[in-house]
Design a protein around this ligand. Sequence first.
Ligand SMILES: O=C(O)CCC(=O)C(=O)O
Ligand SMILES: [Fe+2]
Length: 342
Amino acid sequence: MFSRKVHYFKKMDGYLFFSRSYTSTLHKKYSAIPVCSTEQLRKIWDSKITSFFSAHGFFLLQLENSEPQVLLQIAAILGQIQNNPNTDNQGITNVVGFDTGQKNTVVSSDSFSLHTDGAYLHGLAEINGEPVRVTPPKFVLLQCVKPSDEGGESILVDGKKALVSVLNQSPALLPSLFKPCVSMVHNDLLISDVSIFSRNREGTYAIRYSYDEEMILPKYSLPNISKFNSGLKPTFYQSLTSNQILVLDNKRMLHGRSAFKGDRTLRRVWIYDDTQNTELVRVQTDVKPYYSHKNYSNPLDLFKRYLPSSHIAQSLPLSVGINLPTETDQSIQLCLRVRNQK
Ligand SMILES: O=C(O)CCC(=O)C(=O)O
Ligand SMILES: [Fe+2]
């Protein structure tokens, strides 16, 4: 994800929100919810976490220290940790500004444009021989070990607000945002024909987004997607401080950060999205594939490194994605039908 090197003010089409004049108008600072143990977090789950999370798409915790164990315990409440090539054997990635030579570390002090973590994940792998989907994680956890001396603010954009504002203010953009016409390349992965917004059978929407050089679009949709990008407005713009853990809904919120100075250190954990796995079956038949060549490796192995390591999770309930009132949902669907007919 650190190929996304975008500097302050450089790309005016999409990164206007980094400008000081804009962010100085964003006065609201969220305070963190103090938590001294996972038992206590479980106790305040229903009263303090679920409603805040459903209103804002994230929650911010203030812990008493920044041990990796604390992060892992919070992660265990949310589900199964999803691996990726940068994670250590516990599923943690270190996000730092200077190269310390440490393994399982991603290094950059540049700004990070708004993105969905793992936006480029749209594949299949096998768990115990059964096909499962590999998609962007449902939650992203960022633990602040050491804040920066200057800059390094975390930035969140609410995809729910972005979608509603497109519906109300520029509905002509909707078809480009829902059309499965986006491709992304990431290291050795290529995914094609996904959409920026999608709606599942239960009527929940999800965003998948990373507006950078790895995104490939049909030329005709570029003006619309670039307009969408310039209209994104952050709802959260503040530095994480020591011992805080930010938990965000990666199906709803886009996140990024401003450039920084100093040896800021975060740890990052992904939580696997297991919500779609019941959908996949192999065709029950004696018919053999008409041709297969032994020289190829199993393509289901390509996404294996993005699977969770364990499948036992006693997670607390917290639903992810963009939930809209029925009327808004219907307006979007109607708008897409009418405009797709044109
Ligand atoms: O450094 C940060 O605040 C965020 C890093 C990030 O978004 C990532 O590692 O995917
Ligand atoms: Fe990220």
